[in-house]
Design a protein around this ligand. Sequence first.
Ligand code: CUA
Length: 316
Amino acid sequence: MQDFPLFPPSASSIAREVDLLYLFITSVSAFFVVLVAALVVIFAVKYRRRHPDEVGADIHGSLAAELVWTFVPLVLALVMFFWGADVYFRISRPPVDALEMYVVGKQWMWKVQHPDGTREINQMHVPAGRNIRLTLGSEDVIHDYAIPAFRVRTDVVPGKLTTLWFNATKPGTYHLFCAEYCGTMHSQMIGEVIVMEPHEYEAWLAGGTAGPAVPPEQAGEQLFAENACITCHTGQPNAIGPDLAGIYGSERRLADGRVVIADDNYLRESIMVPLAKVVEGYQPVMPPFQGLISEEQLMQLIAYVKSLTPSQAPAQ
Ligand code: CUA
């Protein structure tokens, strides 16, 4: 497909839809700007005062004109709203079959980790034609992970995790930007996204890094043991901490009666500031890990917890 002139290349499954919506809104706006400006000039000339004693005609309104200039803009605005909402929802809901990758932003670089544990900095290699879901966190200030060719971006905010997904359609090299001013070297916090054919991506993973890469959930399992999480989260019925198997995405009833979903940010908070949400039936005894583990280690712990399904839990 041909790219629109002046636009970045369209290299993801959503890019064309974003462009069409953008062109529609721009065209409608341009049409009315030209219409209004032209009428101002035409009417100023056509209805100008020709004699000093000329008096304007008394007009008492027109129901037809009122209805037209109310309903035409209403319909146009609602088209923009529903079309925009549809594209927005599809951009913000990652498909379940997506390949999981982890991104950490810090002043002033992007650290990327692949599902097999391979790491890279200011570069992100991805296979074409696969749904890819990024989980992003920041070690310091607000950054913004932006890939114009894919028409996606998300703020990367300290103290929470955000997600972004895309499906890259065309092999090639594309710009990666930090799109939120984050300090002196903000403009250097750039990189490239390299889209490869799936078999090339596999070859790149196999031949790339120095030494064997440890997958995030495996690194998380080690951290789980090293930080002695396992002493309380044993998975046994009378354990001090809740059983974590199958917890991801489930509903959690809290001691104060609230019910919350155990998503990425719930797991993050429960590790960093455990007393913020204590699960019903448990004592508020877990120490906070805020400041003790890095954003990357946090993501590895979450990857480990996500990988625990009830059948893999320690024997009950
Ligand atoms: Cu990071 Cu701007």
